[in-house]
Design a protein. Structure first.
Length: 229
């Protein structure tokens, strides 16, 4: 298997096939969602098919393809038809679209992003790639502080956070539906971070487990992020 960041595919299909061969993509539903979502529409075309994160402006990044695959796989059994999903720090909109595809015509994936310019860029990208998702309300993009979640559309069966938090925001745990799952990187910037899985049982009990070591930009306020850009 090629080292992450060393594999440069010629097409989206080749990239997704590589992730499947590497056993990062394990389910057919994740394979189909990533195969149907052209990464080049959401980042710089010349670098879209490298298995590495890419800057998208305003101090934000689009995660490496293998991290998107991991996130979708960890959430796969919660991203069922008719499910509600929340993508915190939706940035480019790429993962929100994958979630919207997986939750089907009767589901909804909400992407929350505190930088209005990134939300506008994501809307433009989605219109070029999957305009039907916006038209049919299967993907909804909003501007707001993702650390507070988006209770207007909750509770959520699946929540993904695309930036590292020093601790797990209680608001996101509160907005998990019974039986729901939250995936979030936890840790400080430039230090050890861990991708955490938080499950809420049907009777409301919370269980946490560590998944793998990761490196993400920090989950922070928009003013700090503007200064960083």
């Amino acid at each position: 298997m090629a080292l992450y960041g060393r594999f440069h595919a010629k097409s989206n299909q080749e990239l997704v096939q590589y992730l499947k061969r590497a056993a990062i993509i394990r389910s057919e539903r994740v394979f189909e969602a990533m195969n149907a979502t052209d990464r080049a529409k959401y980042t710089q075309p010349g670098y879209a098919y490298i298995d590495a994160p890419q800057g998208i402006g305003y101090g934000a990044t689009i995660s490496a393809p293998h991290m998107h695959a991991y996130a979708l796989e960890y959430l796969e059994d919660k991203l069922r038809s008719g499910a509600r999903a929340l993508d915190v720090g939706s940035g480019s909109g790429y993962l929100t679209v994958c979630m919207g595809i997986m939750t089907g015509p009767s589901g909804v994936a909400v992407g929350i992003e505190h930088i209005p310019e990134l939300k506008a860029m994501a809307e433009k990208s989605i219109r070029e790639d999957h305009p039907e998702l916006l038209r049919d309300g299967r993907v909804v993009l909003v501007v707001g502080d993702g650390r507070l979640g988006y209770p207007e559309r909750g509770p959520y069966d699946a929540i993904h956070v695309g930036a590292a938090s020093k601790q797990i925001p209680q608001a996101l745990i509160d907005q998990l539906a019974p039986g729901g799952r939250l995936i979030i990187p936890v840790g400080r910037e430039n230090s050890d971070q861990t991708l955490m899985q938080v499950d809420k049982s049907l009777d409301g009990n919370i269980k946490q487990r560590s998944l793998l070591g990761v490196v993400f930009v920090p989950l922070t306020d928009k003013d700090w992020q503007y200064r960083r850009s």
